[in-house]
Design a protein around this ligand. Structure first.
Ligand code: PEP
Length: 245
């Protein structure tokens, strides 16, 4: 049985004062079995970690190396030392803004695993790729190239269509189901039982108003949420929907 996961990506938003939202999320996390994760900007991780009961804290990115001369970068062991338990890798904003390739994402994901943390690996097609019928090819290539050998059932994969992130546009439930079933089959083919245990999140404009129907889709084990994770009222409603699914 895969434990459900509600993950929030604060991106480049937030402040120490905004961490009060975590306190307000704690009752929602306590009300059910789903795991709840918030990934704030890196400087807030140490302040956020352990602050609110039942709210795990993660990072949005890491360097592929454990340490060294990489000014401005943060490594997975440093994030672990700050209290992070999860790291998002391969978010489309990293792939686009920083030119991260599948090989880069795989190296970062390996660093996350080496540090004993949970990797949340993001994949997803652009609108152009969707409209030209390439969605499964793109997702399959990203999955194969971004997840290193030796990944275990602890790994999390987030399907995030690029065109649905921050746009208010959401794929149909059938489209989400098709991609998640495809990802499950690919992961089981490659990792066997571990692939069946990996949690698959949907991400892209998840809101309180659409969460229940998305969580009813087969092989959707939770969500990676951007904008709606910034406020406890919205994210709490999404946690409630996941717990009820
Ligand atoms: C994201 O940042 O991963 C995301 C899904 O954003 P949003 O929920 O705002 O579309």
């Amino acid at each position: 049985m895969r434990r459900k996961l509600a993950a929030g990506n604060w991106k480049m938003n937030g402040s120490q004062a905004a961490l009060a939202e975590l306190d307000a999320m704690a009752p929602y996390a306590a009300a059910g079995d789903a795991e709840v994760l918030i990934c704030p900007p890196a400087p807030l991780i140490a302040v956020a970690a352990g602050r609110a009961a039942g709210i795990a804290v993660g990072a949005q990115d890491c360097h592929a190396n454990a340490s060294g001369a990489h000014t401005g970068d943060v490594s997975a062991p440093i994030l672990a030392d700050a209290g992070a338990t999860h790291v998002i890798t391969g978010h489309s904003e990293r792939r686009t803004d920083h030119g991260e390739t599948d090989a880069d994402v795989a190296a970062k994901t390996q660093a996350v695993l080496d540090a004993g943390l949970v990797a949340v690996v993001c994949v997803g097609e652009t609108l152009e790729e969707r409209e030209s019928g390439k969605t499964l090819d793109v997702v399959g290539t990203q999955l194969a190239g971004s997840i290193p050998e030796g990944a275990t059932a602890a790994l999390v994969v987030a399907y995030e269509p690029v065109w649905a992130i921050g746009t208010g546009k959401v794929p149909t439930l059938q489209q989400i189901g098709e991609v998640h079933a495809f990802m499950r089959a690919e992961l089981v083919a490659r990792f066997g039982e571990a692939g069946d245990g990996m949690r698959l999140l949907y991400g892209g404009s998840v809101k309180p108003g659409n969460a229940t129907e998305i969580f009813a889709v087969s092989n959707v084990d939770g969500a990676l949420v951007g904008g709606a994770s910034l406020k406890a009222a919205d994210f709490g409603a999404i946690i409630d929907a996941l717990n009820a699914a």
